[in-house]
Design a protein around this ligand. Structure first.
Ligand code: URA
Length: 475
């Protein structure tokens, strides 16, 4: 019998190294036991063969995709399960992982899903508290992950809060970022994190404004935002209060709604005059727009799409080449990426309204191609007239700016996106808002690893939107 002890509970490299040596030595799974933790870090029993002499294992890509999250699961059997899978893959069951009904595969898939969910919750429900030490600002958050996800989640927080100094404390370990270097420290206690700060009130007001009493669904709310995270969420103090008050507020909203139900938006591309005060009416006004020169070269204005009572509006920059030809928002490459990210975040595109800050395609002709040109501030300002009216008709509970042009149009802020990203904001007439990147930014990143990291961050931000407004979720 061989015993392998892995010092760190989420160390995939150490697991791989040990597994390679074991497989090369022909050690069947039932002859190996796996332990974690660094007390008595030396293996006992038969020595584990040294990997350096072992040939690299050739395993299907799916194994790596599963092993990466599974190693972070808290189940002490995870190493043994992964080793059984590895062993079988190399002993006549090469397509094992394609059999989704196989009990081992199902168990590994479930573990991977649980770890992914835990990480998503960490990115959505972790809240920093601001402290000042020696005149310098630092942000501290306390979080209790279900699994060993701290290192896995670190790139998300570094990317998102790159310019801030922060620490994330958990019972298993802590992350400390000083704006340039990440330190990984020991586990901490809840009392080590501060309790209240001025950001709390901002989050509370924000949540109260995005909460819709008519759609309040306590069971869904609890599954989206499980109770174990409430302790760390400033806005959670409001949840019970808002849920209790929901029936009365719904009645008040119905009584106060004097206007008839809003009409559906016209089919894309049809711009016959619609009644004033409706999206169809607005569409026909935009079709005649001469507020800036962009209408000249464009094929047509491209209007927003989605249910007129959508609770969330996503605002892009301007139609691209394919949108200009099709007369529909986000149908080209950026739109396809956006669709994928929405699906990964569990958002149903038919439940959101998607539109642009500028309604006409701005481009430069090069050879046979029409190359996208970013709209200038005058063009954004001219089109803000339409965007404002569109929002007044839609009356969403939350607006999400995709990229700098949309952020500028909604907030008036012309600085870098990083100054607004990831914070609860208020746009125009107190409309709660969030800012994230434009999907085409992800398409432009040359480095696949950066693209992957940024894509995950984008999806996490979309998940945050879904957590705030659960009605837009699929199913
Ligand atoms: N980019 C946008 O901002 N909007 C679209 O509709 C397409 C690409």
């Amino acid at each position: 019998m061989r015993t392998v002890r892995l010092a760190r509970p989420d160390d995939l490299d150490a697991f791989r190294q040990a597994a390679r040596g074991l497989i090369a030595a022909g050690a069947a799974p039932e002859t190996v036991s796996w332990l974690e933790g660094d007390e008595d870090a030396l293996p006992f029993g038969d020595p584990v063969p040294d990997d350096t002499t072992a040939p690299p294992l050739s395993v299907p890509k799916r194994f790596h995709e599963l092993a990466e999250p599974v190693i972070c699961h808290r189940d002490p059997e995870r190493f043994a399960l992964l080793y059984i899978a590895l062993w079988r893959l190399g002993h006549g069951e090469r397509s094992l992982l394609q059999d989704a009904t196989h009990p081992l595969v199902r168990r590994l898939e479930r573990m991977a899903g649980a770890v992914d969910r835990d990480e998503h919750r960490m990115t959505a429900f972790l809240r920093f508290r601001r402290i000042e030490t020696d005149g310098a600002e630092r942000f501290i958050a306390w979080f209790e992950p279900e699994h060993h996800i701290l290192r896995r989640a670190a790139p998300f927080f570094i990317g998102r809060f790159a310019a801030m100094r922060w620490s994330i404390l958990t019972p298993d370990g802590s992350l400390h970022w000083d704006g340039g270097t990440l330190d990984i420290g020991p586990g901490m206690r809840r009392e080590d994190a501060p309790d209240e700060d001025s950001l709390e009130e901002a989050w509370r007001r924000y949540y109260a404004a995005t909460f819709n009493p008519a759609r309040a669904n306590p069971a869904m709310l609890r599954s989206e935002m499980p109770k174990r995270y409430w302790r760390n969420l400033p806005e959670a103090a409001l949840i019970t209060e808002l849920l209790d008050g929901a029936p009365a507020r719904t009645q008040a909203m119905i009584a106060a709604t004097a206007e008839p139900p809003r009409k559906a938006i016209p089919a894309p591309g049809l711009h016959e005059p619609g009644p004033a005060g409706t999206l169809a009416g607005l569409a026909s006004e935009i079709a005649a727009c001469r507020r800036c020169p962009l209408h000249g070269p464009a094929t047509q204005p491209v209007l927003g799409e989605g249910p007129p009572d959508a609770p969330v509006v996503f605002l892009g920059e301007q139609p691209g080449d394919q949108e200009d030809l099709a007369g529909r928002v986000f149908v080209g490459p950026a739109g396809q990426l956006f669709d994928r990210a929405l699906a990964e975040a569990g958002i149903d595109r038919t439940r959101i309204y998607v539109t642009n800050a500028v309604k006409h395609f701005k481009y430069q002709v090069r050879g046979k191609r029409r190359i996208h040109q970013r709209p200038n501030s005058g063009e954004v300002e001219a089109c803000r007239w339409w965007m404002e009216r569109e929002l007044s008709l839609l009356r969403p509970r939350l607006a999400v700016a995709l990229g700098a042009t949309a952020a500028r149009s909604l907030s008036g802020h012309a600085g870098p996106l990083s100054a607004l990203r990831g914070r609860p904001l208020r746009f125009r007439d107190d409309l709660p808002g969030l800012v994230t990147v434009h999907p085409s930014y992800l398409l432009r990143l040359p480095d696949p690893a950066a693209q992957e990291a940024e894509h995950r961050r984008f999806v996490a931000e979309l998940r945050q939107v879904a957590a705030l407004v659960p009605e837009i979720r699929r199913g």
